[in-house]
Design a protein. Structure first.
Length: 207
Protein backbone atom coordinates (compact mmCIF):
# COMPACT_ATOMS: atom_id res chain seq x y z
CA UNK A 1 0.00 0.00 0.00
CA UNK A 2 1.37 3.40 -0.96
CA UNK A 3 0.43 6.11 1.53
CA UNK A 4 0.82 9.73 0.38
CA UNK A 5 2.82 12.07 2.50
CA UNK A 6 0.57 14.24 4.64
CA UNK A 7 1.42 17.52 6.30
CA UNK A 8 0.77 17.83 10.04
CA UNK A 9 -2.96 17.09 9.92
CA UNK A 10 -5.28 17.22 6.88
CA UNK A 11 -5.83 20.95 7.36
CA UNK A 12 -2.30 21.66 6.17
CA UNK A 13 0.33 23.77 7.89
CA UNK A 14 -0.68 26.17 10.62
CA UNK A 15 -0.82 29.78 9.50
CA UNK A 16 0.84 32.68 11.29
CA UNK A 17 -1.21 33.66 14.37
CA UNK A 18 -1.72 37.13 12.92
CA UNK A 19 -3.50 35.58 9.95
CA UNK A 20 -5.54 33.17 12.02
CA UNK A 21 -6.23 29.43 11.70
CA UNK A 22 -7.07 27.85 8.32
CA UNK A 23 -10.72 28.04 7.29
CA UNK A 24 -11.06 24.27 7.58
CA UNK A 25 -9.96 24.35 11.23
CA UNK A 26 -12.49 27.08 11.98
CA UNK A 27 -15.24 25.08 10.27
CA UNK A 28 -14.20 21.93 12.15
CA UNK A 29 -14.41 23.62 15.56
CA UNK A 30 -17.78 25.21 14.77
CA UNK A 31 -19.22 21.91 13.52
CA UNK A 32 -17.89 19.97 16.50
CA UNK A 33 -19.29 22.52 18.93
CA UNK A 34 -22.65 22.35 17.14
CA UNK A 35 -22.69 18.55 17.34
CA UNK A 36 -21.92 18.59 21.04
CA UNK A 37 -24.63 21.17 21.65
CA UNK A 38 -27.16 19.12 19.68
CA UNK A 39 -26.45 15.92 21.59
CA UNK A 40 -26.36 17.71 24.93
CA UNK A 41 -30.06 18.59 24.71
CA UNK A 42 -31.16 15.07 23.78
CA UNK A 43 -32.68 12.89 26.47
CA UNK A 44 -31.48 9.28 26.63
CA UNK A 45 -34.80 8.19 25.12
CA UNK A 46 -34.54 10.69 22.26
CA UNK A 47 -30.98 9.62 21.47
CA UNK A 48 -31.97 5.96 21.50
CA UNK A 49 -34.90 6.69 19.18
CA UNK A 50 -32.65 8.52 16.70
CA UNK A 51 -30.10 5.72 16.73
CA UNK A 52 -32.90 3.21 16.11
CA UNK A 53 -33.98 5.27 13.09
CA UNK A 54 -30.37 5.32 11.91
CA UNK A 55 -30.26 1.52 12.09
CA UNK A 56 -33.42 1.32 10.00
CA UNK A 57 -31.79 3.51 7.33
CA UNK A 58 -28.64 1.36 7.34
CA UNK A 59 -30.41 -2.00 7.17
CA UNK A 60 -30.54 -2.32 3.38
CA UNK A 61 -26.97 -1.06 2.92
CA UNK A 62 -25.63 -3.60 5.41
CA UNK A 63 -27.70 -6.36 3.82
CA UNK A 64 -25.95 -5.77 0.49
CA UNK A 65 -22.48 -6.12 2.05
CA UNK A 66 -20.45 -9.16 3.03
CA UNK A 67 -18.11 -7.38 5.45
CA UNK A 68 -19.28 -4.25 7.26
CA UNK A 69 -16.67 -1.88 8.70
CA UNK A 70 -18.16 -0.17 11.72
CA UNK A 71 -16.74 2.17 14.34
CA UNK A 72 -16.80 2.55 18.11
CA UNK A 73 -18.44 5.96 18.71
CA UNK A 74 -16.71 8.65 20.74
CA UNK A 75 -18.52 11.30 22.75
CA UNK A 76 -21.20 13.01 20.67
CA UNK A 77 -20.84 10.69 17.65
CA UNK A 78 -23.99 8.81 16.70
CA UNK A 79 -23.71 5.08 17.31
CA UNK A 80 -24.22 2.57 14.48
CA UNK A 81 -24.17 -0.34 16.95
CA UNK A 82 -27.79 -1.35 16.42
CA UNK A 83 -27.18 -1.60 12.67
CA UNK A 84 -23.94 -3.57 12.98
CA UNK A 85 -25.47 -5.96 15.51
CA UNK A 86 -28.36 -6.57 13.12
CA UNK A 87 -25.89 -7.14 10.26
CA UNK A 88 -23.99 -9.70 12.30
CA UNK A 89 -27.24 -11.43 13.26
CA UNK A 90 -28.01 -12.07 9.59
CA UNK A 91 -24.56 -13.47 8.84
CA UNK A 92 -22.47 -10.46 7.90
CA UNK A 93 -18.93 -10.07 9.18
CA UNK A 94 -18.54 -6.92 11.26
CA UNK A 95 -15.12 -5.35 11.68
CA UNK A 96 -13.65 -2.30 13.39
CA UNK A 97 -10.61 -0.07 12.81
CA UNK A 98 -7.55 -1.34 14.67
CA UNK A 99 -4.10 0.22 14.92
CA UNK A 100 -1.10 -2.08 15.12
CA UNK A 101 1.14 0.99 15.26
CA UNK A 102 0.04 4.61 15.86
CA UNK A 103 2.14 5.92 12.96
CA UNK A 104 0.67 3.50 10.40
CA UNK A 105 -2.80 3.35 8.82
CA UNK A 106 -5.31 1.28 10.72
CA UNK A 107 -6.65 -2.03 9.44
CA UNK A 108 -10.09 -3.50 9.90
CA UNK A 109 -10.18 -6.53 12.19
CA UNK A 110 -13.24 -8.74 12.58
CA UNK A 111 -14.56 -8.86 16.11
CA UNK A 112 -15.84 -6.59 18.84
CA UNK A 113 -13.89 -3.51 19.96
CA UNK A 114 -12.81 -4.80 23.37
CA UNK A 115 -9.55 -3.00 24.10
CA UNK A 116 -8.34 0.60 23.84
CA UNK A 117 -6.09 1.47 20.93
CA UNK A 118 -3.24 4.01 20.86
CA UNK A 119 -5.66 6.95 20.56
CA UNK A 120 -8.09 5.83 23.25
CA UNK A 121 -10.55 4.39 20.72
CA UNK A 122 -11.78 0.88 21.42
CA UNK A 123 -10.65 -1.71 18.87
CA UNK A 124 -10.56 -5.50 18.40
CA UNK A 125 -7.69 -7.52 19.82
CA UNK A 126 -4.59 -7.95 17.65
CA UNK A 127 -5.40 -11.65 17.43
CA UNK A 128 -8.63 -10.84 15.53
CA UNK A 129 -8.36 -11.52 11.78
CA UNK A 130 -7.73 -8.68 9.34
CA UNK A 131 -10.55 -8.30 6.79
CA UNK A 132 -11.36 -5.95 3.92
CA UNK A 133 -14.86 -4.48 4.24
CA UNK A 134 -16.99 -3.81 1.17
CA UNK A 135 -19.09 -1.33 3.19
CA UNK A 136 -17.43 1.13 5.58
CA UNK A 137 -19.41 3.28 8.00
CA UNK A 138 -17.34 6.41 8.48
CA UNK A 139 -17.73 8.72 11.49
CA UNK A 140 -17.44 12.43 10.83
CA UNK A 141 -17.77 15.92 12.24
CA UNK A 142 -19.49 17.27 9.14
CA UNK A 143 -20.09 16.49 5.46
CA UNK A 144 -21.14 18.56 2.44
CA UNK A 145 -23.11 17.88 -0.73
CA UNK A 146 -20.06 16.64 -2.60
CA UNK A 147 -19.28 13.97 -0.03
CA UNK A 148 -16.31 15.88 1.38
CA UNK A 149 -15.88 14.78 4.97
CA UNK A 150 -14.66 16.89 7.85
CA UNK A 151 -12.95 14.62 10.37
CA UNK A 152 -10.93 15.18 13.49
CA UNK A 153 -7.97 16.51 11.54
CA UNK A 154 -5.49 13.71 12.21
CA UNK A 155 -5.81 12.01 8.82
CA UNK A 156 -6.33 8.48 10.16
CA UNK A 157 -9.33 7.71 7.97
CA UNK A 158 -7.89 9.46 4.91
CA UNK A 159 -4.79 7.26 5.09
CA UNK A 160 -6.77 4.05 5.50
CA UNK A 161 -9.53 4.80 3.00
CA UNK A 162 -7.18 5.34 0.06
CA UNK A 163 -6.52 1.62 -0.44
CA UNK A 164 -10.03 0.61 0.64
CA UNK A 165 -11.52 2.86 -2.04
CA UNK A 166 -9.28 1.13 -4.60
CA UNK A 167 -10.51 -2.26 -3.38
CA UNK A 168 -14.06 -1.20 -4.26
CA UNK A 169 -15.38 -0.52 -0.76
CA UNK A 170 -18.43 1.68 -0.46
CA UNK A 171 -17.67 4.58 1.87
CA UNK A 172 -20.70 5.84 3.78
CA UNK A 173 -20.58 8.73 6.22
CA UNK A 174 -22.75 8.37 9.32
CA UNK A 175 -24.00 11.19 11.53
CA UNK A 176 -26.80 13.24 12.98
CA UNK A 177 -28.92 15.14 10.41
CA UNK A 178 -27.45 18.51 11.45
CA UNK A 179 -23.97 17.33 10.44
CA UNK A 180 -24.90 17.67 6.76
CA UNK A 181 -23.74 21.18 5.93
CA UNK A 182 -25.21 23.42 3.26
CA UNK A 183 -21.87 25.13 2.74
CA UNK A 184 -18.91 23.58 0.92
CA UNK A 185 -16.10 22.05 2.96
CA UNK A 186 -12.64 22.89 1.53
CA UNK A 187 -11.21 19.69 0.05
CA UNK A 188 -7.50 18.91 0.21
CA UNK A 189 -5.77 16.59 -2.26
CA UNK A 190 -5.56 13.78 0.29
CA UNK A 191 -9.25 13.90 1.24
CA UNK A 192 -11.16 10.80 0.18
CA UNK A 193 -14.75 11.73 -0.81
CA UNK A 194 -17.54 9.55 0.53
CA UNK A 195 -20.20 7.83 -1.55
CA UNK A 196 -23.17 8.63 0.67
CA UNK A 197 -24.31 10.09 3.97
CA UNK A 198 -26.72 8.28 6.27
CA UNK A 199 -28.53 9.89 9.19
CA UNK A 200 -31.75 9.07 11.05
CA UNK A 201 -33.50 11.16 8.38
CA UNK A 202 -32.42 9.04 5.43
CA UNK A 203 -29.74 8.15 2.88
CA UNK A 204 -28.18 10.76 0.61
CA UNK A 205 -26.16 9.40 -2.31
CA UNK A 206 -23.31 11.47 -3.71
CA UNK A 207 -21.92 9.17 -6.40
Amino acid sequence: MVVPSLPPGPSGPTLHPAIGPPAKDVMRKAALDARKAFVRILSDAERAQLEQRLAEQLTSLCAEASVVGGYAPLGSEISPKLATEEARAVGRIVAYPAFDHPAKPFKFRAGDPLQPGPFGIMQPKKSAPVVVPDLILVPLIAIDGAGTRLGRGKGHYDRALISLRKSGARLVGVGWPMQRLAETIPADEWDVPLDAFVSPDGVEEFR
